[in-house]
Design a protein around this ligand. Structure first.
Ligand code: FES
Length: 572
């Protein structure tokens, strides 16, 4: 019979020799008494609080609420910082650093005497980056999210984070909104701490961790400044101590079934396409067999049930007051696996079995969806041999099948320089094509896939066009955009050789995306393609050399899988 190892923390704090002295003595500089090293669970509180990540600035107070719960349950809470990724502040794009955050989390957890961890994240890349790192260590783990900010307000109406920025900036370019009004809207959009209050990437990921049972019910929707957020933090502090005592690890929660539920919830909430990349990367760390195709297959019959921006009308406050994710999951119950594991309730059904819906306009029943087409379309064809994605709930149905000629931009700079040119050869049937914005090309795969429409078309009242690129799109954005084309242009994918005037055929229901040139012509063009210079030093070089393509979640090839939680050797 295998001998049960002492807890990780006891392998440092339980020793009576010189090493035990060193581990404990310096910790006592914080005023900790002798008996907190008596073998109780040591809980890491992994915090992405930063004033450079405004969405996460509530997490300093949230950490204190987690600590209360940990103390109360007989654990020792120890908070520590990790790299924070502010979506609206970091250049060239926060996504470039998601894998770096994951490495910070992984090594901080493995290197320290921690038995379980509560991850405090919120802004888009912080949740997946933390979970990827935690998955590679596989301790008992819970997530407490920052929570969405209050609804934006402007002249008596609600404003949605991001979604209304895209609308207003196009209105300024079309001449229907003045720069003065635009500036006034800026002051009304962000009224409290918290993440974007549309169904952007942050809210999507906060809902999905709840749906997968690694966060408490209502983690996804309770406003950042609602007392319920502090309550969730407090109860998570209690629960993580219990999970350590039961040795219930992250890999026992994040099973293939949990991911399947998450993909169906993603479709029903009209969640961000970024979740595709993040779920693939998290699954890769855990050895869960999840593929890009799963997102299409599993969400095929799931309609849009939550009427939230950018796919619908309302904001996260209304979603929460309508009953939050538990209400949504109850409506979706016939399509969910109820026995998937959950930290708080053993099985996920416990999250939603008794949930009530208080506003059927916001959270719809299955037989009265907001839109019948939701989820993620995964496209195949000679333009995207490894796949591409589209979010039909945010697109125009009249463009679900479209044939048009390509108007090609070789880079984001090329786009900015020419998109508003009066002589740009474009009309509403054209297909805008953007290259050089994939994981390697930018590098970091920025959220520029919802390319702005040409000014001359905006002035004629054109509101949507088919656009395609190897970029991502903000979860708060909308439009008929094909994203994540793989392989990307910078990796020599067929996207690299599309030329102005080429014909492209898109068939959403048929899941096809094809460039109408002969195989011979494609081969000739690809043979003539040459890669551009890559970064020569630093993290950007590592990133470009080792990042996987979008269909594999953009993790680093050497980070896939995990290295476990064995305590490492002493340095003293
Ligand atoms: Fe941080 Fe949207 S910018 S959540």
């Amino acid at each position: 019979m295998r001998e049960k190892k002492p807890r990780r923390s006891q392998q440092s704090y339980g020793a009576t020799d010189k090493n035990g002295f060193i581990h404990r003595s310096w910790m006592k500089s914080q005023g900790l008494p002798d008996d907190v090293f008596d073998g109780r669970p040591v809980i890491g509180i992994c915090n992405t609080w930063s004033e450079l990540t405004p969405c996460n600035t509530g997490l300093r107070a949230i950490a204190d609420h987690v600590k209360r719960g940990v103390w109360e349950s007989g654990g020792l809470p120890l908070e520590f910082p990790v790299m924070s990724l502010g979506e609206t502040q970091m250049r060239p794009t926060a996504m470039l650093f998601r894998n770096l955050l994951s490495m910070d989390v992984e090594e901080s957890l493995r290197g320290n005497p921690i038995d379980g961890v509560v991850l405090l994240g919120g802004c888009d890349k912080t949740t997946p980056g933390q979970l990827m790192g935690a998955a590679s260590v596989d301790l008992p783990t819970l997530v407490v999210s920052a929570g969405p900010m209050l609804n934006g307000k402007f002249r008596g109406r609600n404003l949605g984070s991001g979604t209304d920025v895209w609308k207003f900036s196009e209105a300024v370019r079309a001449g229907t909104l003045s720069p003065c009004e635009f500036a006034a809207a800026e002051r009304g959009m962000s009224r409290s701490v918290g993440t974007c209050m549309t169904m952007g990437s942050a809210s999507t990921m906060a809902c999905l961790v709840e749906a997968m049972g690694v966060a408490l019910p209502f983690n996804g929707t309770a406003p950042a400044v609602d007392a319920q957020r502090a309550l969730i933090a407090h109860e998570s502090g209690r629960l993580i101590v219990e999970l350590v005592r039961r040795d219930l690890r992250l890999s026992q929660l994040l099973t293939r079934t949990a991911f399947e539920n998450a993909i169906r919830v993603l479709a029903a909430i009209g969640g961000s396409t970024n979740a595709v990349l993040h779920l693939l990367a998290i699954a890769g760390r855990l050895g869960v067999n999840l593929s890009l195709q799963d997102f299409d297959t599993l969400s095929e019959n799931v309609p849009l049930l939550v009427d939230l921006q950018p796919s619908g009308r309302f904001l996260m406050e209304e979603f929460h007051y309508a009953g939050g994710l538990p209400a949504l999951m109850r409506q979706l119950a016939p399509l969910l696996a109820p026995a998937a594991p959950a930290a708080a309730t053993t099985v996920i059904e416990g999250h939603y079995r008794d949930a009530e819906c208080h506003d059927p306009e916001v959270v719809r029943p299955l037989d009265r969806p907001v839109k019948p087409a939701s989820g993620i379309w995964v496209l195949r064809g000679n333009l995207c041999p490894s796949g591409a994605v589209m979010k039909p709930s945010a697109a125009s149905p009249e463009l679900f099948q479209h044939r048009g000629t390509a108007v090609v931009f070789e880079s984001i700079e090329d786009l900015h320089a020419r998109i508003d040119a009066a002589d740009l050869a474009v009309d509403e049937n054209s297909i805008l094509v953007l290259k050089g914005c994939g994981p390697r090309g930018y590098p970091g795969m920025p959220e520029v896939g919802n390319l702005p429409l040409p000014r001359k078309l905006l002035e004629r009242g054109v509101l949507d066009m088919l656009r395609l690129s190897d970029a991502r799109m903000s979860g708060t954005a909308f439009g008929s955009v094909i994203l994540h084309v793989a392989p990307e242009a910078a990796a020599g994918g067929p996207l690299a050789v599309v030329r102005d005037g080429d014909e492209i055929v898109f068939d959403g229901p048929g899941r096809r995306l094809d460039l109408l040139i002969s195989e011979q012509e494609m081969a000739t063009r690809l043979a003539a393609w040459r890669a551009t210079a890559a970064p020569q030093r630093g993290y950007a070089r590592l990133y470009v050399e080792r990042v996987l393509q979008a269909d594999q979640g953009c993790d680093f090839d050497f980070l896939v899988g995990g290295s476990g939680s064995d305590v490492l050797r002493e340095s003293h």
